[in-house]
Design a protein around this ligand. Structure first.
Ligand SMILES: [Zn+2]
Length: 276
């Protein structure tokens, strides 16, 4: 990194000195990271006046633009320590620059020449902590939607990820069923691969296909894919056996993990199996 600072290294162009993939990836999310970082001022040795968030005005370069380098007489690479040693307060024509002078006064009051600077990470709108937290960061960057009523039916404790994922896509009608793949490629068949009779839609596959009455969503989807892509089809009895085995294994795994809340579930499963 040029100047030993992630803020001063150009993302593109010939002056970019590192070809390391990881450096390029860091530079891509630099602006996003700036939103999360805040300086807790010590000696100001590592804080760049224009780039680091050391005041309540945030990143001053983004706010004011590069023309103010001259108005304020502060170079692009000035650190807060360098700046504090030479700066003399002035009055400016533009109110916003007088506000910057006020923020400088506030920062000087916090300045601790014998302490190191430290960086805080945003965890809420106006709350910063010393440690990074993946979950709170994810919640702040994503566009969250209201919780859907079926959340617990898919993402419950001990859910099996492969089952949950297919059921989740099915609920959102995002599985590549015949009605949808036809829009991408008109040569693909739209007929249900299980009954070979009706248009394959998500609704047909899981609720009205004569073949589907006995099976789980995941088992059906896997069988459909086997037929569609590999031309293999399992006898019904084998499919039922596999699903039965999968459910019993899942209950056993939960039991082995020491969670006894689902003991009745296994009993219910055994009781509801068709007698052979
Ligand atoms: Zn069908």
């Amino acid at each position: 990194m040029q100047h030993n600072s992630v803020w001063l290294t150009p993302q593109y162009g010939s002056s970019y000195s590192s070809s390391l993939w990881v450096c390029k990836e860091i530079l891509k999310v630099r602006d996003l990271a700036a939103f999360f970082l805040k300086v807790e001022l010590g000696n100001g040795k590592n804080d760049l006046f224009w780039y680091d968030r050391w005041s309540s005005m945030g990143n001053l370069l983004t706010l004011l633009g590069p023309k103010v380098f001259i108005d304020l007489g502060i170079g692009e690479t000035s650190t807060l320590r360098d700046f504090f040693l030479t700066h003399r307060r002035r009055r400016h024509r533009y109110p916003i620059l007088n506000r910057v002078e006020y923020e400088i006064d506030q920062a000087k009051a916090r300045y601790q020449p014998n302490a190191e600077d430290s960086y805080l990470w945003r965890v809420k709108e106006n709350d910063y902590k010393r440690s990074f937290n993946t979950r709170t960061t994810r919640d702040l960057v994503r566009n969250s939607s209201p919780k859907v009523p079926w959340t617990k039916g898919i993402w419950f404790t001990h859910h099996c990820p492969k089952f949950g994922f297919i059921a989740w896509l099915a609920l959102l009608d995002r599985l590549s069923t015949g009605d949808r793949t036809h829009h991408w490629n008109a040569n693909l068949s739209t007929v249900c691969v299980l009954c070979n009779h009706q248009l394959e839609t998500c609704c047909h596959l899981f609720f009205s296909c004569p073949y589907s009455k006995q099976y789980t969503i995941y088992g059906l989807w896997r069988e459909g894919n086997e037929r569609r892509h590999r031309g293999n089809s399992k006898p019904t009895s084998k499919l039922v056996k596999d699903i039965d085995k999968g459910i019993i294994n899942q209950f056993s795994a939960i039991h082995l993990q020491g969670d006894s809340r689902y003991e009745e579930g296994l009993q219910l499963w055994f009781a509801s199996r068709p007698k052979t």
